[in-house]
Design a protein around this ligand. Structure first.
Ligand SMILES: C[S@@+](CC[C@H](N)C(=O)[O-])C[C@H]1O[C@@H](n2cnc3c(N)ncnc32)[C@H](O)[C@@H]1O
Length: 283
């Protein structure tokens, strides 16, 4: 793009055309969200500013953002923030960008925590802390353990706890799955583990290669982490405690098969009709 005396309406049109010409599918949305990031405003305000002009500095920052976007960098990484469960999260390339479908597992967890007065929660593979922080934010009198193998991810998760005022409710633990979780029992274990098969990984959209590889890859059949969870979680759950897992919908039957020793196993579909959450109860 080139600098002109364009107003915001025309600037957005130019930016949308620029992104479209580089095969960005949601070009208009991305052009608007990135401009809002530059102007530090909410998107609903943008329409009221259509006749306004932006400064040279703002234009340069906008151009920089658009240039990153055409190389495939996700909008949330460019802006450094993501929205999840109505909360704001810091994100960078050390953490997976929280996905809207993951909100379902938090909604389910919140329901069970309130119904059963659960107190002790584990978020295994916490990444940005999206699940741990949201659960801590929406439930009183609970303590959450948030673990991940990546110290860089945990650093971001800690910042997100602080941003959302729940630091006192969450303990962060660097751990290869259950390895460093010692002498602890939980009422609920929640996890959105890596679950992409090697074959699926090769076919991912280019945007996803900006995200950490170890947030996706789960061995040849995608089951590596589900197997570890199936083998170990009962030891970490209180009697009648619950396990809530996000599923790779393509292999949900193979995943469910791993949890035959639990009292019951239930699968819940997401809003797109995909088999997305496994709920299993400890004996
Ligand atoms: C799919 S991401 C989930 C992130 C976050 N919970 C969410 O839902 O947005 C999986 C996370 O598992 C972590 N991870 C990968 N291998 C692990 C391991 N062996 N032990 C613990 N965490 C691991 C990655 O660092 C990544 O943060």
């Amino acid at each position: 793009m080139y600098q002109t005396e364009k107003n915001i309406f025309n600037l957005l049109k130019q930016a949308t055309d620029f992104l479209t010409s580089h095969n960005i599918t949601e070009a208009q949305l991305d052009a608007e969200v990135l401009l809002c990031g530059v102007l530090k405003i909410k998107r609903n305000i943008l329409a009221t500013l259509r006749q306004e002009k932006i400064s040279q500095e703002q234009f340069q920052q906008y151009q920089n953002y658009l240039n990153k976007r055409i190389k495939g960098e996700p909008v949330d990484y460019i802006l450094g923030t993501s929205e999840f469960m109505g909360l704001t999260f810091k994100v960078n390339s050390n953490v997976l960008i929280p996905r809207p479908e993951t909100e379902l597992i938090v909604e389910q967890a919140n329901k069970f925590i309130k119904e059963n007065n659960f107190k002790h929660i584990l978020d295994l593979c916490t990444g940005s802390g999206a699940i741990a922080v949201s659960v801590a934010r929406y439930n009183d009198n609970i303590s959450v353990t948030a673990s991940d193998i990546s110290s860089k991810a945990l650093q971001v998760a800690k910042e997100n706890a602080a941003i959302n005022n729940v630091s006192s409710k969450i303990e962060f633990l660097e751990s290869n799955m259950f390895a460093n979780i010692i002498d602890k029992k939980f009422d609920i274990i929640i996890s959105n583990p890596p679950y992409v098969t090697e074959k699926e990984y090769k076919c991912l959209e280019r945007e996803l290669f900006f995200e950490p590889k170890n947030a996706f890859l789960a061995g040849e059949d995608g089951l590596d982490f589900y197997r570890i969870i199936a083998e170990n979680s009962a030891r970490y759950l209180n009697p009648k405690g619950l396990l809530l897992l996000e599923l790779n919908a393509n292999i949900f039957l193979q995943i469910a098969d791993l949890f035959n020793d639990f009292l019951f196993v239930k699968i819940i579909k997401d809003y797109s009709g995909l088999d997305r959450i496994l709920i299993a109860q400890n004996g």
